[in-house]
Write a protein that binds this ligand. Structure first.
Ligand SMILES: [Zn+2]
Length: 206
């Protein structure tokens, strides 16, 4: 079963919990699996793959972009599970695609489809192009009961859809949102900013 899977979902869709459940099942059957994640994800410490529900496991391989995944290193593996796959480069996705083919094993990649600006991540884009199976891990919008498809970012309590990916020193939070709520929150925040700007201008003149 040489299938490459892309299981995408917004923040809060329990992707990592899903990944850990699959890993647990394989290991209970005595199968040899590998857990991978990109090296840049340092939220919970380098080697841990941790879900917001509290479950965690160690990552076996930290993927560094400059180092190639060599096909021959994966002989005898039954399955590979990848967390935060959106952060991988196109080159790494192509290497995973090749490993799944050569060793005839399933490779399950979990990740976000788009960033807070609603654009595809590089890794997700290549997975959309190359995966045999694209599955959505569903979650509900933080603001209503529709399905979430967007990742809404708050910086210091204000919704943003532009600016750098990481703002040092700012408090950043992500919410799953449907498109309607996403655009409403962004518009609201834009109006608030304009109003604050006008009030500042008025206070200068008075
Ligand atoms: Zn909504």
């Amino acid at each position: 079963m040489a299938k490459l899977y892309f299981r995408h979902g917004t923040v809060g869709s329990a992707k990592t919990l899903n990944l850990l459940a699959v890993a647990h099942n394989y290991r209970q059957q005595g199968k040899h699996i590998l857990l991978m994640k990109p090296d840049l994800d340092n939220r919970f410490g380098k080697e841990r793959i941790k879900s917001r529900a509290g479950l965690e496991m160690n990552a076996d391989v930290l993927i560094v972009d400059e180092r190639s995944l060599r096909c021959r290193d994966y002989t005898g593996i039954h399955c590979i599970l990848v967390d935060e796959a959106q952060f991988l480069s196109a080159k790494v996705i192509e290497e995973l695609r090749n490993i799944s083919l050569v060793h005839d094993i399933p490779i399950l990649c979990y990740g976000l489809r788009t960033d807070f600006k609603s654009r595809l991540f590089d890794g997700s884009s290549r997975l959309m192009e190359l995966a045999d199976s694209i599955e959505e891990v569903k979650a509900t919008c933080h603001f209503c009961n529709r399905k979430s498809i967007m990742n809404l970012k708050h910086v210091n309590g204000r919704a943003v859809n532009e600016g750098p990916s990481v703002e040092l020193g700012a408090e950043e939070k992500y919410f799953p949102a449907c498109y309607r709520c996403y655009t409403r929150e962004i518009d609201k925040s834009r109006l608030d900013t304009q109003r604050a700007g006008r009030e500042d201008a008025l206070s200068i003149h008075t």
